[in-house]
Design a binder for this molecule. Structure first.
Ligand code: ADP
Ligand code: MG
Length: 207
């Protein structure tokens, strides 16, 4: 499969997962936020799915940019601009590329992180999207350095992302709405870290 088809497949899979886990993500956000994370993510990815034909006409960079702009414009919550900026940054690092190698994927993952950090000014350990994304990138890069094939590297990234989700249960939220709860946020899984783990899983499944 050509790289563009894989990117489109990843977007399809992620969209499906956001519909599938809509209620669970919303319930998680109900516990420590305002109960809309699943609604936000599913609404954003539904708007993306509605443009599927249009996206398929674009090159990799432009289609990722379109996904990012759609998320920024269609999602009201914090997650729209965070995910949207992540996709916009990813679109920049693959400008002009029609094929993607293992290193390009690493660059794209780091661009996602860069987008989230640029927008949200958080770091790991604050119970956010970064707590699944950053360990996933580290695991991916470790696997590549150990000469593992891309698919295996992404499987390790996926495992690390879901471990990161588990880790969010043990820490206090210091960014976003959940931070209003302070210590009472301990024990709850972070919805944004969870949706990001599904994004990593979607990339792995699309490969
Ligand atoms: P809102 O908080 O506006 O209701 P969502 O419910 O859609 O938006 O998203 C909440 C998620 O956003 C949180 O679970 C957290 O993972 C993530 N988040 C919030 N603030 C930040 C931030 N500054 N950086 C990274 N992720 C963040
Ligand atoms: Mg919310």
């Amino acid at each position: 499969m050509a790289a563009k088809e894989k990117v489109l497949k990843f977007i399809d899979i992620f969209g499906d997962k956001m519909q599938e886990h809509r209620q669970a993500l919303t319930d998680m956000d109900q516990a420590i936020g305002d109960g809309d994370h699943g609604i936000n993510m599913s609404r954003g990815m539904k708007a993306v799915a509605e443009k599927r034909e249009e996206l398929a006409q674009k090159n990799i960079s432009d289609l990722l940019k379109d996904v990012g702009m759609t998320l920024v414009s269609k999602v009201g919550g914090a997650s729209g601009p965070l995910y949207g900026t992540a996709f916009l940054k990813a679109s920049m690092v693959v400008k002009g590329k029609e094929e993607l190698n293992a290193q390009d994927l690493s660059d794209m993952l780091k661009a996602l992180e860069d987008g989230v950090v640029t927008r949200g000014k958080a770091t790991t350990g604050e119970k956010t999207i970064l707590d699944s994304l950053v360990p996933a990138i580290e695991a991916y890069d470790r696997a590549l350095a150990a000469q593992k094939p891309i698919k295996e590297a992404m499987q390790e990234a996926e495992k690390a992302a879901f471990e990161g989700v588990e880790y969010t249960k043990t820490i206090i939220a210091t960014k976003g709405r959940a931070s209003y709860l302070g210590e009472r946020s301990i024990g709850f899984q972070d919805p944004g870290a969870t949706s990001m783990a599904y994004l990593i899983q979607s990339i792995q499944e699309a490969l």
